[in-house]
Design a protein around this ligand. Structure first.
Ligand code: ZN
Length: 201
């Protein structure tokens, strides 16, 4: 069944540097255009990938990228390309992660104390926010672990499902689920680890 509302499937490149992201994005677009998955034409309709407000119109071969193209209620929309170091959030777009796990000591720091609360503890989130902002500006940012005290780069923390840092991401607006084969080739062409997200505007 097709979802109600404006939803996206996102692929985040977790490893590309801010400097490499632009040229890599151009090569990925060239490849998807050559495959007929998207076109070079862009539109602002049904794209909510702030700060990017346009996406590539699907191409005649869009069905090649999805697991099942037979349901006529799915009409793929534009594919937005997000270049630049940023935090990518799935779901309904919370600004903070639910919990953060230290890669050194495995301690888990709770930010949103479900089910008691539905909003972030800003005091707990602040150092992570500061580290992410520093990383966005300079490519480097660290957060001291509340448990072990080690200053860990923000890109090494585990922010949990649906919260990823990366300098390149692709938002497929309104597409049926992408096929595992397409995702594997996508990842191979990026040449980096990736994470998938799903969300709604
Ligand atoms: Zn730690």
């Amino acid at each position: 069944m097709a979802p109600v509302g404006d939803f996206f499937e996102r692929v985040v490149d977790l490893e590309v540097t801010g400097e490499e992201a632009g040229p890599l994005a151009a090569r990925m677009v060239d490849w998807m255009v050559a495959e007929g998955v998207i076109t070079r034409e862009t539109t602002g309709d049904a794209v909510y990938s702030l700060p990017v407000d346009v996406g590539h119109v699907p191409g005649p071969g869009w069905a090649r990228a999805v697991a099942d193209a037979s349901d006529p209620s799915w009409i793929p929309g534009p594919v937005a390309v997000l270049v630049g170091r940023d935090q990518h959030v799935g779901g309904q777009g919370e600004y903070a992660a639910d919990a953060v796990t230290c890669p050194r000591c495995s301690a888990r720091t709770v930010v949103i104390d479900h089910p008691e609360r539905f909003t972030a503890d800003d005091e707990v989130w602040q150092p992570f926010n500061d580290g992410i902002e520093a990383w966005k500006e300079t490519g480097r940012g660290e957060v001291p672990c509340p448990a072990c005290g080690v200053h860990v780069p923000v890109t090494e923390w585990d922010f949990g499902l649906g919260f990823d840092l990366g300098a390149l991401a692709f938002d497929f607006w309104g597409w049926p689920p992408l096929s595992l084969r397409f995702l594997a080739e996508f990842r191979a062409r990026l040449g980096h680890r990736t994470e998938e997200q799903y969300g709604k505007f």
